[in-house]
Every structure is written in structure tokens, then in C-alpha cells.
Design a protein around this ligand. Sequence first.
Ligand SMILES: Cc1cc2nc3c(=O)[nH]c(=O)nc-3n(C[C@H](O)[C@H](O)[C@H](O)COP(=O)(O)OP(=O)(O)OC[C@H]3O[C@@H](n4cnc5c(N)ncnc54)[C@H](O)[C@@H]3O)c2cc1C
Length: 849
Amino acid sequence: MMRTLVVAGHGMVGHRMVDALVGRDLQRQWRIVVLAEESRPAYDRVALSSYVDSWDAAQLTLPAVLDDRVELRLGDPCVAINRRKRTVRTASGHRVAYDALVLATGSAPFVPPVPGRDLPGCYVYRTPEDLDAIRAAAQRAMNTTAAGRRSGVVVGGGLLGLEAAHALRQLGLSPHVVEIAPRLMPMQVDEGGGALLRRFIEALGVRVHCGHATQAIEADRGRLLVRIADGTELDTDVVVFSAGVRPRDALARDAGLPVGERGGVLVDNRCRTSDEDIWAIGECAAVEGRCYGLVAPGYAMAEVVADRLLGGNATFPGADMSTKLKLLGVDVASFGDAHGQTKGALEVVHNDPVAGRYAKLVVSDDARTLLGGILVGDAGAYGTLRALVGAELPADPGALLSPSGAELDAGALPAGAQVCSCHAVTVETIGQAVTQQGCTTVPALKECTKAGTGCGSCVPMLKKLLAANGVEQSKALCEHFAYSRAELFEIVAATRIRTFSELVGKHGTGRGCDLCKPAVASILASLSGVLSPGSHILDGEQATLQDTNDHFLANLQRNGTYSVIPRIPGGEITPEKLIVIGEVARDFGLYTKITGGQRIDMFGARVEQLPAIWRRLVDAGFESGHAYGKALRTVKSCVGTDWCRYGVQDSVGMAISLELRYRGLRAPHKLKSAVSGCARECAEARSKDFGVIATETGWNLYVCGNGGFRPRHADLLVSDVDTETLVRTIDRFLMFYVRTADRLQRTAPWLEEMEGGLDHLRDVIVHDSLGICAELDAAIEAHVAGYSDEWRGVLEDPDKLARFTSFVNAPGVPDPTVEFVQERGQPSPAHRRPGQPVLIAGPKLAVVR
Ligand SMILES: Cc1cc2nc3c(=O)[nH]c(=O)nc-3n(C[C@H](O)[C@H](O)[C@H](O)COP(=O)(O)OP(=O)(O)OC[C@H]3O[C@@H](n4cnc5c(N)ncnc54)[C@H](O)[C@@H]3O)c2cc1C
């Protein structure tokens, strides 16, 4: 006769338990009744933040366990256990008898006892409904708060807090993170890693307040005021608590079952409570007193109980608490004993703040065994290193950390090394899936082994292991497109598809992500001259694909204001235009700076001021400088033959004509150029993506150089060519780069990775070895013919203008959190804390409240 298992909770772990039991219960010993509090079946909570991309909760749903032995009762939680009668009662009043009961009730977000935490506008971040509520609040803010003032405060700077901040940013709110510890992600990173992480997070437009508690939240004229212990006050529309979780153990407590010291249903290493018929798994369980806030340990518990219910003798193997941040573009990972708590542990650190890279390995006292580590800025080695924890190091730790040091070969990993800690999948299992089950792609490996279907951080490692097992890998852009960026470019060009939704519908899957959306937006923009002349980057669906900078055609600055950067081709400007810039900056209180790119940047504009500022500039003959876009920035020049006695060609004229020719050309990354009038190289052309140096008889063209993190001198591509040849060669170089580079790949690494290197590049664009030069030429001509100023396009279109002028209740009122001081006679953002001396002269420009 079948016995009845009741599972309380249909979260990720409860679902996993049911799946595991049904799969193994070949003799049909158990029927299963799942009592679920939520109204939807189990979903991928780890991927909750991606809900903001689609607002379609169905995309998070975990595959259903379709079996006649399973009865799922949604929206009817278990409210009491009667251990003597072995029954549970549900909220709707039903009683269900059990032979075994598994508690999988998860956790609840912890909300610290801050006065005001219950005010409207305060939320937690755990379910799609929480995100719906936050979204509704953000939408209210759109209607009631001036554009530059809309903000959200996240209380808690851990992994989830940063995800929540990112979500707020996607909802159009300027996010703040308040963290009581002295650094972000204090559980995962140390001081050195935390300092770099903070820089990355701030560069994403998140304002970080570490080392002080949130003291109070007050209602403030329809908004909220968050007071931090250091005296900072933040006006905000939304507060999101992300300060940890607490196990939901009330059912067990009420039934007289023991709980852990810090809460959680106390279970032994079989996941069994003191009552032999009751088990607890996932975040609600305290295994031998310890709770685990990650999904992998929960899955391991689910497997243990499934095994035990069928007479097995599995025990909880302990947990890998490795984590990797899932935010776009920020690489942070921590694995094993990241804080070096093992006795005698040694730490080897590579800290390069200039290159934006921090890496620490923790090794055993004899430096032979890897114990753990922290990676910030470049977590490429995470998969391999994490799998090596506990194993002998294949090389000297210092060499492993150095960017130019030893490469970790996935093929050299020991068979037992764990690749996917969410599903406890080893290198050996992956190898068998390839060699014995015929898996040749990551999706096939996912399906066969479950690896990569949890947090997803091991997916890059799966690719490496496929390669190590002899399977050639595609350069798929992301899980939504099985094509590289270059292949997608060709698809768009050939099919003339003009929208992301059509492209993903016909040539991809799902609804896209933060990787493929901006990449496709860039491809569509690069091809707009050919596919849709006259279109604008903010037209229709295109607008939603752009990141924040492209969204407002301006660069978001640290203090939430925007920059205004008109194009000044070749750095040449008339006195009249200089006067206009001065007047605009003065009238709008903007900071002005002559930059290395030979133009004049203005900083400190609020979003709703942008149209008025740009109207004055456009009327005076200025146009967008595309400083916000992955596009051509500037073509610098020296003063040339007219004003320098050494000059041999008109470098200024050449710089201007090149800048005007390629302005607005969208590329995989930003592009910079320069023209020097003689070999003295005053314009520094060889540190540019393409640089031109005048010779006695013509021009030399250098390509694929750059400054920045990893400076690289450009290589000479052609020499002593006439003007027409020069321009044609640059045309083809740029279009070939735009067509074939990877997402966010600059020209320097593009060339470094190109098979055949510079010789191949020269063959393609000078000798037309691929027979594509006519196409490249035509594409550039279409770009030149189709160019129009993006800011003028906004000013002429009321719909586009509307996104900049959305304040309702306080028109013209500046963001009180944006404070300026006078510094050297100009407005400058105030970065001081109360009590800290201000080393400046002159009055404040803006009053805080
Ligand atoms: C935004 C976010 C990002 C995350 N990212 C990661 C990550 O990158 N990596 C990682 O490892 N972990 C991550 N986590 C944590 C991970 O989601 C949890 O560890 C995992 O969901 C725990 O699963 P669970 O089944 O134990 O609990 P839950 O998923 O919370 O499920 C418990 C379920 O039980 C229900 N329930 C509660 N009480 C009752 C009752 N009395 N009767 C019936 N049902 C009840 C609840 O409503 C819930 O549906 C993240 C969490 C969040 C919120």
C-alpha cells in the first residue's frame, strides 16, 4: 500500500525533493501531497531579478513534476501539525494525514527593527509579488517625483541588496545602498576586494553608504526620508529591505519540535527532526544547528531525504558556500575558505586598482592545497578555481593570480572536482555526459546533468569542459541566441530584421537579457543607415533596449546628474560657439571642463534640464557628441600646417572630416581617433583605435591602439597613402570591426584574437581577400548618408521629449540629495559627510531640503 508524504512548501527545495523522490520511487511506495502557500507552482527564486526584464512570472517557473502520485495544492498553506495523530491542518481547514512530513518552508526576509519600516513604500525582495509592488511604487514615483529626484534605498549591501539596487535602477530609480558593515558583500569579500567592488558598483550609478546603520524611516510629503546613523538623510520613493533572512520555523516551534540557536528547524545530518516522521530541508532547516541561505545546500538536503524515504542511508555532505554576483558587468566571486579561517592558511593577493582587478587565493600552510579565494573585477577563473578547492594546486599560487600568469586548464581538473555546486555535478559526470550520452552543447549538458540550471555560474566552466572533451564550441552571445555577435550582425544585415522582438522570435529563444539586448541594439543602430534610414535610436522598441546613458543621450554621473557633451570636430571651435557654451553652462549652473578629447564637457545637468540645454546648443549649431554611446567619440588633432612650423599636412582639416564622416557610427565599443600633422605625434594618434600621422607624401594609418587599463600602441596598417586611400581604408577597417568584433570588444583585443593578426586584417581590407570590401564601402556610405543628429531628433519629437520632462508635483525643484559646492569658481558635487570639514570656499549653490 502507498504511504502518504506531505510536503509543506513548494519552493525550490520542496520542488527538488518531490522531483527526486518521484524519479527514484520505482516501486511507487509514496503518494505526495504538496501544500503550497504561494499561489503559483515552484519557481526559480535565484533568478527572481530577471523578472524585471519581462514581468512574466511564467518564465521563472520550474519544470512541473507531472506524475499521478503528486497532488499540488496551491495557495493553501499548512498551518498546524498534530504529531500525535500524524495530520496537518491547512489554512482552508482541511486535514491531511501523513506517514512522513517534510518541512520545506524556506525563509522570510529579515526586516531590522528600524522605526518606520512598516510605512507605505517599504518592501522586501523575495517573490514576484514583492517586485510587482516595488514596480508599482516606482511607477507612482514616475508620476509624482521630478525625474532627477526619483530614488530608491536598499537597506543591506549583500548579494541580494546589490541585485535589488540593480532592479531599482532598471525601474528608473536612482539607487542608494546602505550597509552597516564597512564594505559591500561583507560575507563574501575582504577589505581589498570590497574597495574595488564599491568602485564598480558606484560606476553603475549606485550610491553606496557603508559602515553605518539605517536609523529611521519617516514619511515626508508623500515620499520617505531615510536617516542613516552618520547623519545622512536620503529622500526617497521606495525602501527595499535586503538585510538577510530568517528561517520559517513557526510550524515546528508550535508543534514542539526543537529549533536551532539562531532559529531553523533542528535536524541531524539525515535532515530528520527529533520526530522520526518529520524532516526539514532547505532554508527552514538548521542541519546540526546550521542554516544555509543558498540553494545548493537545500538541494543536497532534498536528495538526502528522497534517498532516506526510500530506505537509503544518505547523509548531508556539507555545503559549498561559493557565490558569484549575477549583476551585469560586475565580476565578483568568492569560494571556499575565502576569509582564510583555516588554521595556518596563507593568503596570496594580487591587487591592481588601476586595471580594476583584485584576486586572492587562500592556500594551506604548505602552499600546496587551494582552500578558497576572492575574485573582483575578473572572475574568469572562478569555475576552475572553485572546482580545485581541496585539490593540489597545479601551479604556484602567485602565477595563477597574475593576469599574465599560468592559465588554468579545465582539462587538468581532477575527476572528482565539483563543477556545479548547486547540483553537485563533478568533472567526471560532465565528461561522461559528453562521451557516453553524446552531449555536445551546454543546453544538452544542462538537461542531462542539471549542471548550470541552478545559479548558472558554472556555465562558462561547462563550455571549457566541452572543449576539454574535444567538442568545438560556438561563441554564442548568450542563452537566448546561439550565435556570436558577428553572426547575429550578418543575420540582421541579410534578413533586414529591424526589431529585437522579431530577431529573438525568429532566431533566438526567450525574451532576451542584459547581454543580448544592448548588443542587438548596437547592431541595429550600426545598420540603421542601411536598414532604416531616418530612424532614431530612441524610436519604439529600440528605446527600451538601450542602457541608461543611451536612454537619456547623456552620461549618468555619480551624483545622479548628467553630462552634456556637444561635438567639437577636431577640437576646432569658433568664438561664437565658445560663448554659447559659456552662457549655457552659466545659466544652468553647470561645471565645465576642457577634456583630453579636445572638447568642452558640461556636468551637473538634471535630467529634465537636458532638453532646454540641448535646444540652446542645437540652435547654436552644436550636435550630440555621442559621449554616451558605444560610438565614435573624438578625432583629436594637433594644430597642423597652418599654425605649426613642423607640420607637413593639414591635420586639423583631416581630423574634422574624419570626425564628421564617422560621427554616430555605433560599434561594439567606443572608438577614439587622432591625426598628427607630423612624426612628432602631438595628437598621440598611436594610442587610438585608429590614428593618422602625416608624412611628407601622404598619411600613415595606425590601428587598434588604446590607452586605458591596458595601453597598446597601434600598429601600422598602411603607409604614405593619399587622402582617398586613407579614408577608404579607415571606412573598411571600421565596418569590418563593427561587423566582426564580439560584444563590448575593443579594437585592440579584437586584433589580438584575430587569426592571422595584422596581416589578415590588411589582406581583408586592403587586398579584399574575402571579397567583402564593396559591401563594407556601401555600409559606410549608407551610414554617412543616413546620419542625423540624435539630440535634434529628440527636440523635434514630443514623444521622445516626454521622457525628459516628467515631473508633476514639483516642476523645476532640484533633487535635494544632489548637493553642489563652489570649488575653484565652479559648481562641484559635494561628497562630504556632516561633521567633515569642507575644503572649499564660497557659498553652496543648492539648499538640501
Ligand atoms: C533575489 C534572490 C536571489 C537569490 N540568488 C541566489 C543565488 O544566486 N544563489 C543561491 O544559491 N541562492 C540564491 N538565493 C536564495 C535561494 O533562492 C534560496 O536559497 C532558495 O530559494 C531556498 O529554497 P527553499 O525551498 O528552501 O525556500 P523558498 O524558495 O523560500 O520556498 C519556500 C516556500 O514555502 C512556502 N511556505 C512557507 N511556509 C509555508 C507553509 N506553512 N505551508 C506551505 N508553504 C509554505 C513559501 O511561501 C515558499 O513558497 C536568492 C534569493 C533571492 C530572493
